[in-house]
Design a protein around this ligand. Structure first.
Ligand code: ATP
Ligand code: MG
Length: 669
């Protein structure tokens, strides 16, 4: 048996579920893993039955034409009905569906019955604009409640939405509109971000000017009404001015409020398109991932209830923007399908101060927080005093998603945010999987900091070597193994493919290990059978014959008290094949000093072995990240190897990488 990735990092701490938490948890019997494994289709059917169907399915799973799957064949339902109407019609009608706070501090509370009216009016407005079943609608908005209304209104009338993150440029918007052939755009004049207005309508104008022949209408919400305001020193055009195109552009306040609140839900086939969403683009050109209705809703509802232990009186805050899949599955569809109260926040975490998140938790008594390692590492960097100022005793569960979480960041989250009381769930999944795939169940799993632990019931994840051998199955008892992550069975929320590109779908995910889904990530499985995600296999370094994951070296660096965040890459080296270069961000309590770099190198060698000692370490002010906050190592490789930078369109801030490039080049010379 030969392993594909060496495993170096050892993390011995474990945390049992608190007894009172486990006793009251939605699921606390470990037998469910075995039951779901025995009959995974039946397991998912059990969840699907918790949705309201217009017509039941006649076949739960059709896997006769892999990798193209169908779930709940013959069934009919509407996603908006399941997320809104069925709650508005019952005991939850007055319950808060969305509690929203804008960056300037404005607050709105929308009950399920109000949500139904808002969504129905908007759905009728879309119909008046000529949008109907089978059309695509691009949504380019700030994180305001109307963004959720827009997604749900599309679902209501059977149009697919394609949400584009409001931080993307006109050019990215142009690509996504054309790829999806959207008929209309729903946008706003602007959104608030760190005290400035992000001029969204202006970007829509620019995108359409580049050539978007499919676009017939642009519906514009007035959010900032920004006459006279400045954006990065430039006066922001007032809402009513700019390039208003008569006949194409429509004012929300003129069209939507006068609509009827009666709008029947379109009865959709379980396999009808619900949305298209482009991946965040860490590795290259984003892919238009498609999700359908019945299976998707089943998968996100099940995982919301069990992973987050969602209860009737929770206030659930997933901090992701609806421009990402996390916002689709765990701000909108998952929690609303469960009838939950969802928190939404428009702005930046350091506005007006670095304690904004903790102030929101204190003020609104948020009970469940789901955020990303990039945010957690920023909080660590800013310092402990910010969370310490606030009363966060309402919190009872913490979640993480988006990147591997370094064990020290996990511990910080658990201690300073969860005060040691709250279970932490590190959830691995992707845009393509639609739903959480590898995760603890907080009433059952003994967690280990940095491990996403086990596959969700009904899901089977394995670790394979280059030849496709299942290392977990052939290893000696208790042996640790490292290799490629793969998923062996179809699951309900899995993508049905890449929009307009079935070939790329097969090639990217299904050709490396025939019959198995390959997500592109590496993983180790420890002696207890826990998964530890190691990042993308394209980032794995080959150092003197050893395959070393960037994640383990980064975690060893973050383990040092001076370090808040690290990005590690393999750089071409004549003798070793690759040498390790590290880019490191210090905590606000520490400064660079003579000897620190050698100390960090020694720390890595001590923590995980001399083989992983970085050749060079650069103290940086920022790291290049996607707009969703993921480190883009491929650009750091370009910097280190002196190449022209690859695709930077998904980069959040191009100055960051240019600064690093200058710094790197001045060091080399
Ligand atoms: P692209 O596919 O365009 O390169 P992307 O992969 O960054 O972009 P997403 O679908 O948003 O787009 O991200 C999914 C990826 O994020 C996963 O494949 C994995 O690499 C990483 N990831 C997400 N959650 C976790 C987690 N809990 N632990 C480790 N990695 C994670
Ligand atoms: Mg990806």
């Amino acid at each position: 048996m030969h392993e594909t990735i060496d495993t170096l990092l050892q993390e011995g701490r474990t945390f049992a579920p608190p007894a009172d938490f486990a006793a009251a948890a939605n699921v606390n019997d470990p037998a469910i893993y075995e039951q779901a494994a025995q009959d995974s289709v039946g397991f998912w059917e059990g969840w699907a039955k918790q949705l309201d169907w217009d017509q039941p399915w006649n076949q739960a799973l059709d896997w006769s034409n892999p990798p193209f799957v169908k779930w709940f064949v013959g069934g009919k339902l509407n996603a908006c009905f399941n997320c809104v109407d069925r709650h508005a019609a019952g005991e939850r009608s007055g319950k808060t569906a969305i509690l929203w706070e804008g960056e300037p501090g404005d607050i709105r509370r929308i009950s399920y019955s109000e949500l139904k009216d808002e969504v129905s009016r908007l759905a009728n407005a879309l119909k008046e604009l000529g949008v109907g079943k089978g059309d695509r609608v691009c949504v380019y908005m700030p994180m305001v409640p109307e963004l959720a209304f827009a997604m749900l209104a599309c679902a209501r009338i059977g149009a697919a939405h394609s949400v584009v993150f409001g931080g993307f440029s006109a050019e990215s918007l142009f690509d996504r509109i054309n790829d999806g052939q959207a008929k209309a755009v729903i946008t706003a004049d602007g959104g608030w971000r760190r005290g400035s207005v992000v001029p969204l309508k202006r970007a829509v104008d620019e995108a359409i000017q580049m050539g978007c022949p499919s676009i017939e209408k642009v519906l514009v919400l007035k959010r900032t009404g920004s006459e006279g305001l400045m954006t990065q020193g430039v006066p922001t055009p007032a809402y009513d001015q700019g390039k208003w195109v008569e006949g194409r552009d429509v004012r929300w306040e003129e069209l939507v409020p006068r609509q009827s609140v009666e709008c029947p839900c379109e009865s959709m086939d379980a396999e009808d398109l619900l949305y298209i969403l482009y991946t965040s683009g860490s590795t290259g050109k984003p892919k238009g991932i498609i999700h359908t209705t019945g299976g998707y809703l089943t998968g996100v509802m099940a995982t919301t209830k069990w992973v987050f232990d969602l209860k009737e009186d929770d206030l659930f805050w997933c901090t992701a923007d609806c421009g990402w899949v996390t916002g689709h599955s765990y701000v909108v569809y998952g929690p609303l399908a469960c009838g939950a109260s969802v928190m939404m926040y428009e702005g930046a975490p350091d506005m007006p101060d670095k304690d904004r998140f903790w102030r929101l938790i204190e003020a609104h008594k948020i009970t469940i927080l789901y955020t990303a390692p990039t945010a957690i590492r920023a909080f660590m960097k800013w310092g402990d005093e910010y969370p310490e100022r606030c009363d966060m005793s309402s919190l009872r569960l913490l979640g993480s998603v988006g990147e591997p979480i370094n064990p020290e960041a996990w511990i910080w989250y658990q201690q300073f945010i969860g005060k040691g009381r709250c279970p932490v769930v590190d959830t691995w999944w992707q845009t393509e999987t639609g739903q959480i795939m590898i995760t603890p169940l907080p009433g059952i799993t003994h967690t280990k900091p940095g491990s996403a632990t086990h596959s969700f019931p009904g899901i089977e994840a394995v670790v394979l070597n280059e030849e496709g051998v299942d290392l977990g199955a052939v290893r000696k008892p208790g042996q640790e193994v490292g290799g490629y992550l793969a998923l062996t069975r179809p699951w309900p929320a899995m993508t049905r493919g890449i929009y307009n590109d079935p070939e790329r779908f097969i090639k990217t995910y299904w050709s490396k290990f025939p019959g198995k889904y390959f997500p592109g990530d590496g993983t180790k499985m420890d002696g207890d059978g826990y998964f530890w995600l190691l990042g993308r296999v394209d980032d794995i370094m080959l150092v003197a014959g050893h395959n070393i994951s960037t994640m383990e070296v980064e975690s060893a660096l973050v383990d040092h008290p001076a370090v808040a965040e690290a990005a590690v890459i393999g750089k071409k080296h004549d003798l070793k094949g690759q040498a390790i270069s590290a880019f490191v961000l210090l905590r606000s309590t520490h400064q660079n000093r003579p000897g620190l770099i050698d100390e960090l190198k020694a720390h890595v060698a001590h923590k995980i072995g001399a083989i992983a000692r970085p050749d060079d370490i650069i103290i940086a002010a920022e790291l290049p990240k996607t707009r969703s906050g993921k480190i883009m190592r491929r650009l750091l490789r370009d910097v280190a190897e002196g190449r022209a930078l690859g695709d930077t369109t998904t980069l959040a801030d191009s100055n960051v990488v240019n600064t690093l490039k200058d710094k790197y080049e001045s060091m080399e010379s």
